[in-house]
Structures are given as structure tokens and as C-alpha cells.
Design a protein around this ligand. Structure first.
Ligand SMILES: O=C(O)c1ccccc1NCC(=O)[C@H](O)[C@H](O)COP(=O)(O)O
Length: 231
């Protein structure tokens, strides 16, 4: 059984969630939160979601207790996303048992079956290497809550701080697209008008150093997204 039904997918198609129509506010996820105070700053700035990186090799990696403290600091209605990179099933299940996550994000080479086995809504990340096929990937992971398109850099699974060519984002996709990779307050407006994604995901562009978020940069980033969203 898939978590997202065909009816939901059909609904997304008919409501245009795959693409951000004019006047619809772009959703914002701030990834790589490592401290409760950063989670509060993110929520106060008006972000829709925070990302917690359960990938031990990342400079933004969090432990289970740390993740619980961060989430406990959040006000209601901020989505919590747990990010994994080719993690063992037991690892994901251990995190799920202890941390109240709303959404999973699979940022490695996880197969559709591996993404589905937790019966939770999930985002699948696709790193935009030259031969990446966005349409085929969306078909393959048709029950995903969204497809997160990120920059490809050999040996670095995410958080590269680099952008890719936003013109590569297809105009029509049967699921929400979340744009990631090298976004910041200076370039997000151009990214939105070029790719028109459902949402954006940023990490390095709102940090003062790796894993430490900067409240001013977060506010500037969200202000830009809101400004473009209102046009
Ligand atoms: O952020 C990390 O350190 C990371 C490590 C391994 C896999 C994914 C990771 N981050 C994933 C994200 O969702 C980031 O927001 C996305 O890659 C964009 O990062 P950035 O280019 O720094 O904005």
C-alpha cells in the first residue's frame, strides 16, 4: 500500500501544486538546523519547515536527543523534516521511534521501495547531474510528497552551497518541486521566476558558519520569497 493515494496525486495535478501559479506563496524549508535557538528564529521568520540532518558525515548532523530538543522549541504548524542519506533501515526506525518527524527526506540513492517502507510521507532528492532525468524520477517515485532538486557535486550528497541551472526544472511535473542548492537572499528571486517551484530549501545561504544559522539572513531570504510571491 502506498502512503499517498492516486486520488491525492490526481488532486495535486488538478490544483496545480506541481508548479507554483502566480500569487501562490512559495513554501520555505530551512535545512540543517542544529540548535533550538535557530529553530525559533526560523519559525519567527515565517518558514514552513525545518530540516534535521541524520547523516553522521554532515557538519549539520544531529543526534536523536538534540533533534528532540530542537523540535520541542518549535511552535505548532512548523513541519519537521528528517533527512537521511542511504541510512540503514534500523537507523531510520530508531529515529522515527524517538523523534516527532512529519516528513522524511531521502537524499541518497534510496529506491522507491526503500522510501516507502516507513509508510510516512517523504520527499525524494534528485541531484541534478548532467544525465539526471527529472520526469522519469518523478514517475519512479510517484507516491512521494515532492521531488527536491539539488545541485550535483561528486562525493558531496548535499549542502553543497552551489546552484545548478534552474532552467532545467521542467515546466510540468506531477508533484510539487522543491528547489535547493546554493540559494540565498540575493539569488532566490531569480530562482523563483526561472523555476517557479512549489517550495525552496536552503541551508548554507542562511548560515554564518556550517550548522549555525544567521537570523538576519533567514529573515532576508524569506522576505525575498514573500516579495516575489506577491508579484
Ligand atoms: O546540509 C547538509 O550538510 C547535507 C548533507 C548531506 C545530505 C544533504 C544535506 N543537506 C540537504 C538539504 O536539504 C540542503 O538544504 C540542500 O542540499 C541545499 O543546501 P545548500 O546548497 O547549502 O543551500
Amino acid at each position: 500500500m502506498t502512503f499517498v493515494s492516486d486520488r491525492v496525486i490526481a488532486g495535486r495535478l488538478s490544483t496545480g501544486l506541481k508548479r507554483n501559479p502566480t500569487r501562490m506563496q512559495t513554501r520555505v524549508k530551512i535545512c540543517g538546523i542544529t540548535r533550538p535557538q535557530d529553530a525559533i528564529a526560523v519559525a519567527q521568520a515565517g518558514a514552513d519547515a525545518i530540516g534535521l540532518v541524520f547523516y553522521p558525515h554532515s557538519p549539520r548532523a544531529v543526534e536523536i536527543d538534540q533533534a528532540r530538543e530542537i523540535i520541542a522549541a518549535l511552535p505548532p504548524f512548523v513541519t519537521t523534516v528528517g533527512l537521511f542519506v542511504d541510512a540503514e533501515e534500523t537507523t531510520v526506525r530508531r529515529v522515527l521511534a524517538a523523534v516527532p518527524l512529519d516528513l522524511l527526506q531521502f537524499h541518497g540513492e534510496e529506491s522507491p521501495a526503500e522510501c516507502r517502507r516507513y509508510a510516512r510521507p517523504y520527499l525524494k532528492a534528485l541531484r541534478m547531474r548532467e544525465q539526471a532525468d527529472v520526469l522519469a524520477t518523478a514517475k519512479q517515485y510517484h507516491d512521494a510528497a515532492g521531488l527536491l532538486l539539488d545541485t550535483y557535486q561528486a562525493g558531496v550528497p548535499g549542502g553543497t552551497g552551489d546552484r545548478f541551472d534552474w532552467r532545467r526544472v521542467p515546466a510540468h511535473l506531477a508533484m510539487p518541486v522543491i528547489l535547493a542548492g546554493g540559494l540565498n537572499a540575493e539569488n532566490v528571486a531569480e530562482a523563483l521566476t526561472t523555476a517557479r517551484p512549489y517550495g525552496v530549501d536552503v541551508s548554507g545561504g542562511v548560515e554564518s558558519q556550517k550548522g549555525i544559522k544567521d537570523a538576519y539572513k533567514i529573515r532576508s531570504f524569506i522576505a525575498e520569497v514573500e516579495r516575489v510571491g506577491r508579484d
